[in-house]
Design a protein around this ligand. Structure first.
Ligand SMILES: [Zn+2]
Length: 317
């Protein structure tokens, strides 16, 4: 397995932005807190009869505020055939990792809206992807099989941190943009001095899937990609879960004709929108201080659903 990928920071950016960042070498920073809508959601975390789905309040997720209030995300453990397919992921191929994760999410995740209607994983916000993958993992391996990473506290004790929900520190919403959140549209609504108004929010997995298809197609045709377009536009199309190749091309033409103020503003606004899992946190058992460490895949993404020491664990001596 590649060391480079093993140590790769799981910054929980959506994969497209992550891909672009590796090119741009951008450095995003984030702070403050979410404004969650106050609504009482009935969440049933017991096993439900149909296909063993567990229901989770959307507010638990890093992108919680961007789902209609009262929705629940329903998740079930992975079945062996899904684990078999996932275990073949190529840790060195970013698109393969994304595709295998999508297959896993397609099988195990759906969203239920307050009116009773259901949506698929395509409606899920892209920065919630890793959180969901780890959640599926938790449900699948309820009898332990912990995935851990180690770090050292300032008191110099060694600390082992399990990669599970209670140890995840989500990105906070920067105060600067928090006040522009519009609960009606579930997006940030910005009025710019040029007189224009923009609504921006994290894109869905479905929309990013459309963009990935587009990127792969353009790459195959050896076309040069407009990276700034690919970074910014998904945030403007936050309220849909697909777009055709022709649709993307039309957006690109619009984008290239954009005025300078709009571009500068959008670029700066999108730089402030980092969501998902920021890092791991745990209180030191010796000194009690909260210790943070980078979010990583300890043995690469392929190891997420593979029991690390299965041979030793399951052999009959
Ligand atoms: Zn300590």
């Amino acid at each position: 397995m590649s060391d480079q990928i093993n140590k790769q920071t799981l910054s929980e950016e959506d994969y497209l932005r992550k891909h672009l960042e590796s090119i741009e070498n951008k450095n995003a920073s984030n702070e403050p807190s979410f404004q969650q809508p106050k609504i009482n959601v009935q969440v049933d975390n017991s096993r439900t009869a149909d296909l063993q789905y567990f229901a989770f309040d959307v507010r638990e997720f890093p992108c919680g505020i961007f789902y209609p209030a009262g929705s629940t995300i329903q998740v079930r453990p992975a079945q062996v055939k899904e684990i078999q397919a996932y275990s073949m992921v190529d840790d060195n191929n970013f698109y393969d990792i994304v595709e295998k994760m999508n297959d896993m999410l397609a099988a195990c995740v759906r969203i239920k809206y307050l009116d009773g209607s259901m949506g698929s994983y395509l409606d899920i916000k892209d920065p919630d992807r890793f959180y969901l993958i780890f959640l599926i993992r938790e449900l699948t391996f309820q009898q332990g099989t912990a995935l851990t990473t180690t770090t050292t506290c300032t008191c110099s004790s060694e600390l082992s941190i399990e990669l599970k929900r209670e140890n995840f520190k989500k990105y906070d919403l920067p105060e600067k943009i928090a006040k522009y959140f519009d609960p009606q549209s579930l997006s940030f609504r910005f009025s710019v001095k040029s007189g224009k108004t923009f609504n921006l929010a994290p894109p869905t997995i479905g929309l990013q899937k459309s963009f990935t298809d587009y990127i792969v197609k353009e790459n195959n045709e050896k076309k040069k990609q407009n990276l700034s377009f690919l970074k910014i536009i998904p945030f403007l199309l936050y309220d849909r879960n697909s777009i055709t190749i022709e649709g993307i091309k039309a957006k690109l033409l619009e984008y290239e004709k954009m005025d300078d103020i709009s571009f500068q503003f959008l670029n700066s606004a999108v730089n402030k929108m980092t969501f998902g899992i920021e890092k791991l946190k745990k209180n030191c058992s010796v000194c009690g201080l909260e210790v943070h460490t980078d979010m990583i895949f300890p043995d690469g993404p392929s190891a997420l659903f593979v029991v690390h020491d299965a041979f030793e664990q399951f052999i009959e001596e």
